[in-house]
Every structure is written in C-alpha cells, then in structure tokens.
Design a protein around this ligand. Structure first.
Ligand code: IVH
Length: 721
C-alpha cells in the first residue's frame, strides 16, 4: 500500500496529542482500543518508510533493541548537590547566611518545591527535539539513558512550540507514583519476578535496565525542576523557567506565584475532600487483578486531582518558606508520590549568579529535609511465620511504637542473611522505619544500648509448625518447609483455595478453617467437599442454619472455570494472570496436568522460573492425587473444551495467532482446539503455523524470519470445523 508522507505526519501529531491527553492531562479523548489502532497504523507506515521517522516519533516510546552497556557522557554543567537543613531553625540560619553574604536586609523571594524522592536526570533538547538523556551519575559524568527516558509517556519528545531554543538542558527527577508502584509490584510478583522495596528503588532499577522495553512496561514519571545549559533562551527566575517549560509541555508540579497568599495556596489542598486526602495513606494493597483495575481507576482520578494542584510556591520571605515546609510536612503522606523534604531556591536567577557556589553545592539553594519516619523501639521476640509456599519469614515483635502516624508492632526481618548482616538480636533496641506503603523494617540496631541478655537468633532448622526439617537451596536466602502436610502450609493453602478470587466459598472464613483443621475434620482441599452439615453443627457455636449455609456455599463452588481452579491450587508463582494463561492454553484440566517445561515456556507471560515451579508441583504425586480427588468430588469446569477431532491437518500442530481476524480470538482458539491444534503465545522454530490477521504484531515478522508457514484467513477458513 502506498502511503502519503503528509498523512503520516498528521497521524503522528494525532498520536502525540492523544498521548499528552492521556498521560499529562489525564483526560483521554479516545478509548485505549482506538489509541492502539492509531498507534499500530503509525508503526505500519514507519515499517514501510523508515526514512520518514524522526526523533519525536511516539514509536520510540515502546523501546528499541537492548543495549550491551550504557555509554558514559559528561554533563556540560555539573549536576550539583544540595546543602541540607533539618529544622526550621536551620532554615532561618540559611536565610541569614545569604543576607549576610549579600550584605542586605531585604527579604529574598524563594521558590520552594517538594524534594522528590527519585533519581535525577538531565534531558537535552536540541532545536526542540529530545536528543539525549543522562543520569546524574557522580554529578560530572552520567550514563546515557536516552532510550529508557523516551519511554516515559508524560515526557514530550518534541517541545510544544514553533520557536524552540537551540539548546535546552532540563534537569528533573524520575519517579514512580505510590499507586503505580503497588500495581507494578503485584504484577512482578505474579510473574515470579523481582519485587522492589520502594518506589525509588523501582525507578532507579528501571532506568538502569539495558532493555528499553522493560522501561516501557514500567510506570515511570518525571518532574522537571531546573535548567542546565541553554542557548537561544534566557530565564529571569525559577518561576519564569517553570512557567515556560510547562507551556512547552514538560511535566512540572504546578506552582503558585509570589502574589498568591499562603492561605490561598493551602486552600487548594484543603479543598480536596478528606476521603481523597486520606486515600494515599489508607489505600488498600492490591490483591488481585480485579481489585487492581478498580484501584487503578480510582487512583488515576485521585492522582489527577492532586497533580493538577499547586505544590510549589514562590515565597516572599523566609517566614513563608517555613510555613511551606511545615505545611508540606503535614500533607506529605497524602501526596501520590514520595518526597523527603523541600527544596528552597533563590527565585531570581541574577541573584543566584551573584550567590554562586560553595564546593559542590550552590549557595542559592538548600534542601530542608523532614524528620525521617523512623522511631526507636525494642524487639521483644522474633517469631517465624510459615507462608503458603512454605517460606519461613522471621518477624520481629516489638514494643508498640508510632511511626509516621501509624502504630506498629511487627517488622519483617526478611531472612537469616538480613538478620546476620544487621546483627539483630532479641532484646535489642532498634530503629524501625516505615517506607511508604511497605511493611515496617528494622533499619539498624543501637549497639550501644545492647544489653547483656540480648539473644542471637537463628532460623530453626525445623519448621515451627510441623517440626519437619526445612530446606535452604544453595544460592537462595529463604528457608522453606517442603512438607505439603505442614499444618501452617495446609491452613494457608486452604484459606487461599476458598478465597473470593479462587473457589469463592464465601461462608468459609479463616477462623472456621482453623477449627476444622484442629478438629481433624479436614486436611486437604477435597475434604471440604466431604463435610456434612450435621458434623459442622456439632462444633461449638455453629447453628443449624449456618452449617447448612457453609455446605451450600461449598456445593456452589463445584462449578468453576478452569483458570480459577488452577489459581486456587496455589502453585508457587501461579497468580491469577498466569492461571488464566494456563487455562487458555491447555483448555482442559487433564491436559494441564500433563504440562511440560518446554511447552510451558512457550506460553506468553510464563518464564522459566514459573514453568519450573509448575512442573515441580505436578511431579508431586500427592498433589495430583488431591486434584483428581476434587474432580471425583464433583468439580466441573464451566465451558470445558469440546472433544478433539484428530483427522484435521491442524491436529497436533503448534500454532500461533497474531493480528485481528474476522472471528473473536477465544472463538478461534476454541475451534482450533477442537481440531487438536496446540496454541502457543510466541513464535519459535518449533511453531508449525502462524495465523495472521489484520495489523499483525511482531510475531508476523518473527514467523517470516524463521520461515514458519503463514496461514491467512483465506487459507485457514476451509480448515475450521
Ligand atoms: S533542584 C543544585 N529541585 O535533590 C541542585 N532538586 O541534592 C538543584 N531533588 O540530585 C536541584 N527534588 O535529584 C531540585 N524540586 C527539586 C528536587 C531536587 C529532588 C534532588 C535532585 C538532586 C538532589 C540534590
């Protein structure tokens, strides 16, 4: 097909605008589906005409080929650090130092903003195009991370102006918002990938990925806050700079001018309903995919309410700066991103020049840090918890202590290595901290306060629940109980089995499961289906009606979809998304039970670690016996696969589908499965056919390069039942 360059340019601008509406304004004008359509059309034209593609094409945002290593480059102007202050007194002293240096009593106007807790980068725009991005590095030399930075959807690849300056260097902070972080960690965990301790680590870990596709898949954001070298433009002040770059489309936190009174500034925030302000503090941990969708919707809405408000302010005196500092300290937990203080900058750039720098920090700016969210307490005991997957986790039980507005009594000690590294003992005085939304942690032991009675702690070699020997595979830091009959594992597994997103046996709460276990009425999943109302009634405090309700809700769970059933089994690393992929692929329980490693890793979303865990679980005879027992007890799968036809040209063939076909994906998969085809998510040398519809993805390219036979709709249609 012949394309016209002008149409391509038009389409490109359209995609850029929709990107901006969605990611910067949080006000999409078209659906995700429509956006995807426009975007794939753009990619199609670019494949046909690579010579038309310029640096500002949104196609750069999906990430190109992985790098071998990061190139290093010098900053034209060093990226300095900030002198720190830690209290209102120190802020006042800072102001006095500046006035003394300037030999003037006049009030200085300071531009104050939150001190974002992320990592600093420098963006370089040449004639309006983003051509290069560097990490701060040691301040003099950074790493070239352009491809990763370009994946940040809220960042313009081209400045929104007809007259861009020849050169604009902008410094800013890369962040991951707190809500995005929760969702990201959930997904990482589901896929058996690394989870991060806090948003800052996640952002830093992402920018340092050599494969930009990973960065593209993570929810990075940026706030810009300072100029580097510029040519063809001069800014008068920090407020002038921020206003200008905001007009050009660069993300900043909004600011209030010096004319705006302080109470008006606060009003902005206070006008947010309390429920919204509290949301960031009390937001639930996302537990499953549906929760996440709900959570995502809510958090986008809330994030927008926040980010469209002013968080920076030009303060006309040091008194206002202090007011700002105290105010931001009060509201910091309600903000959608982590901050660790404020940054105070002399607003006027001429005055900045006059003030100059001392050593590696400018005299014209200072950080005012908040008191860390840490507190001192005593460890009374260390308990070991056994999780559903058998992992032994040491947990410190402490004297209750308030940290960042929340009383805490437990802190995770992670594992033995961590305990040894920090030399944590029972009876120790420790500093604990709550970092964002993660479980409280012990930061350090106050060794000078250590009493003679403090006791070293070793994770037991026997499981605290079943007393069987635990294992610690070489190279792993976690000790694990591998006794599938371990009461702790059984209890946790049963609770997972009956949970809402699994078998949804809603009348079975945690407490009653523990009672059934203690009474010896159940020991595995299938026992639930053997329970009789009369037996339950005999237990303390169980009435006739509630016993019947329990049995009825167990009975109701017998009709279940295959994916929920697989999820309910609680195989390590098999979260909901993976369970769905497995059910879609195998379509029947029997076929799933035969799953092999090579086939598993062909399935989209399943990596070697997850595959290994599945194979291991299915090698366990007791586990498989229990599953078969469940089927005997009457578990039935909704929409189970139809009988397989065995004389079609597609029988036993590995097929991959890409692009849009005249019938729905799931319909097509069903039909192919009845013919006995094995559907896989990715193309490899072992693939027999790739079914190609309209707008095929990269799988089509891969099929061509591996010379896999292609079936289009014309060829496929006659083969379908
Ligand atoms: S302005 C001379 N503004 O703080 C440096 N920096 O210690 C001028 N930072 O590495 C920087 N939020 O990553 C500035 N609103 C803000 C900031 C900010 C965080 C970080 C930045 C830098 C560090 C300086």
């Amino acid at each position: 097909m012949a394309y016209k360059k002008e149409n391509y340019e038009k389409l490109k601008i359209e995609v850029i605008e929709h990107n901006y509406n969605y990611h910067v304004l949080d006000q999409p004008k078209i659906s995700d589906y429509e956006f995807d359509q426009l975007f794939s059309e753009l990619l199609k034209i670019e494949t046909a005409h690579p010579e038309w593609v310029t640096e500002d094409s949104p196609s750069y945002r999906v990430g190109g080929d992985p790098l071998k290593e990061f190139e290093k480059a010098d900053h034209r102007l060093p990226m300095l650090s900030l002198q720190n202050t830690y209290s209102t007194e120190e802020i006042t002293a800072y102001d006095e130092r500046l006035k003394k240096f300037l030999k003037s009593d006049r009030d200085i106007t300071y531009f104050c903003s939150p001190k974002f807790d992320g990592l600093a980068v420098e963006l370089i725009y040449e004639n309006g195009l983003l051509t290069r991005a560097l990490t701060r590095g040691d301040g003099t030399t950074g790493e070239v991370v352009t491809a990763n930075i370009k994946t940040i959807k809220s960042l313009p690849l081209k400045l929104n102006t007809k007259n861009p300056p020849e050169l604009l260097e902008v410094r800013g902070e890369i962040l991951i918002f707190k809500d995005d972080f929760k969702i990201m960690n959930y997904t990482q965990q589901e896929r058996g990938l690394q989870v991060f301790a806090n948003p800052r680590n996640a952002a830093a870990g992402t920018i340092r990925q050599l494969d930009p596709k990973i960065a593209a898949s993570r929810p990075l954001r940026i706030f810009c806050y300072a100029p580097g070298v510029t040519q063809g433009i001069q800014f008068k002040s920090q407020s002038d700079f921020e206003k200008q770059i905001q007009e050009w489309g660069l993300p900043t936190v909004h600011h209030e001018s010096e004319k705006q009174s302080f109470s008006k500034f606060k009003d902005h925030f206070n006008k947010l309903p309390k429920a919204i302000r509290d949301y960031q503090i009390n937001a639930p941990q996302a537990e499953d995919l549906d929760d996440i969708k709900e959570f995502r919707k809510k958090s986008l809405e809330i994030t927008h309410q926040f980010t469209s408000r002013s968080f920076s302010k030009a303060c006309t005196s040091i008194k206002e700066v202090i007011e700002y500092y105290e105010y931001i300290n009060d509201v910091r937990h309600s903000l959608p991103f982590d901050i660790d203080g404020i940054v105070i900058k002399v607003n006027d750039y001429k005055l900045q020049e006059e003030l100059g720098q001392v050593a590696r920090s400018p005299r014209w700016a200072a950080a005012a840090k908040f008191a860390p969210e840490q507190a001192e307490t005593i460890i009374n005991e260390i308990k070991v918890q056994v999780g559903r997957t058998g992992a032994l986790t040491p947990v410190a039980i402490m004297e209750p202590i308030k940290v960042g507005g929340v009383t805490i009594t437990h802190a995770t000690l992670h594992n033995q290595d961590e305990i040894d590294r920090k030399d944590i003992r029972v009876g120790d005085s420790v500093i604990v901290q709550r970092a964002g939304d993660v479980i409280p942690e012990v930061v350090e032991v106050l060794k000078n306060k250590r009493s003679k009675d403090s006791k070293k702690f070793k994770i037991p070699s026997k499981c605290p629940s079943c007393k069987e020997k635990v294992v610690k595979p070489e190279g792993e830091v976690v000790s694990r109980c591998i006794n599938i009959l371990c009461p702790s594992i059984v209890s946790q597994s049963l609770k997972h089995f009956v949970s809402r997103r699994a078998m949804n046996i809603d009348k079975l709460g945690d407490r009653i499961i523990d009672i059934f276990l203690e009474e010896g009425m159940i020991s595995g999943f299938s026992d639930l289906y053997r329970l009789k109302a009369e037996d339950i009634e005999k237990l303390d405090r169980q009435g006739k009606k509630s016993s019947q309700n329990i049995v009825a809700s167990i009975e109701k769970s017998k009709n279940i979809s295959l994916n929920r059933f697989i999820y309910a089994l609680g195989i390590r690393f098999v979260g909901e998304q993976t369970a769905r992929a497995l059910a879609n692929h195998y379509r029947s329980l029997d076929r799933f039970l035969e799953a092999q490693h090579e086939e598993l890793i062909e399935i989209e979303d399943i990596g070697p670690k997850v595959a290994e865990s599945i194979v291991k679980a299915l090698e366990n005879k007791n586990f498989v016996k229990e599953i078969k027992e469940l089927v005997k007890q009457g578990i039935q799968f909704e929409s189970s696969a139809k009988p397989v036809q065995s004389d079609s040209p597609l029988t036993g063939k590995k097929v991959v589908i890409t692009g849009t076909l005249p019938i729905g994906r799931n319909d097509l998969k069903d039909q192919l499965e009845t013919l006995g085809a094995i559907i896989s998510g990715s193309v490899s040398k072992k693939t027999d056919y790739v079914i190609v519809g309209d707008d095929p993805g990269s799988k089509f390219e891969k099929a061509k390069s591996l010379k896999v036979e292609i079936l289009d709709w014309e060829k496929l249609k006659p083969l379908l039942p």
